[in-house]
Write a protein that binds this ligand. Structure first.
Ligand code: AMP
Ligand code: ZN
Length: 147
């Protein structure tokens, strides 16, 4: 099926070569190019060539074509620099989750040290949940998967 395109989307323009990018990999389904902000050296974006806004618009076929290439590209980035000792893979969905370009993408952010230019904060609310509250959340999500 033909790829969907959004004429006003910056990543669709990069995919079509209308806007230049530092491309490191592409195939018929995805493109991977350097994020212009380079949070850390080698910071790369992987985008599906079809315009989907966010994770909530993927079907299993698009997911398998896109996600299958993430390890390959992560491994190449890591191999490119012996100072890379880890990597965060981040996918933002919605402005509340810090998405600013509404063409789905995955950030591959190589990590060099605790003091490189990337941070993530996970709250720890373990003590705020009863067993019953966790079971209620579990049941609601499970029922969506079984629907
Ligand atoms: P997000 O905030 O998760 O939506 O990420 C969007 C990313 O796109 C940001 O990290 C930007 O630095 C990056 N970006 C925006 N325009 C370009 C561009 N022309 N080339 C490469 N990366 C870009
Ligand atoms: Zn797009």
């Amino acid at each position: 099926m033909a790829n969907k395109r959004d004429a006003s989307c910056i990543f669709c323009k990069i995919i079509d070569g209308e806007i230049p990018s530092y491309t490191i990999y592409e195939d018929e389904n995805i493109k991977a190019f350097l994020d212009i902000s380079q949070a850390t050296p080698g910071h790369t974006l992987i985008v599906p060539k079809t315009h989907v806004k966010d994770i909530f618009e993927y079907d299993p076929e698009l997911a398998s074509k896109t996600f299958a290439k993430i390890p390959l590209i992560a491994q190449a980035i890591k191999a490119s620099n012996p100072n890379i000792i880890g990597m965060n893979i981040v996918n933002n969905n919605g402005s509340i989750a810090y998405q600013s370009v509404f063409h789905s993408h995955f950030h591959l952010i190589p990590r060099y040290s605790e003091n490189d230019d990337f941070k993530m904060i996970f709250g720890d609310n373990t003590d705020s949940y009863s067993k019953e509250q966790l079971v209620a959340i579990q049941t609601k999500i499970k029922s969506e998967l079984e629907a």
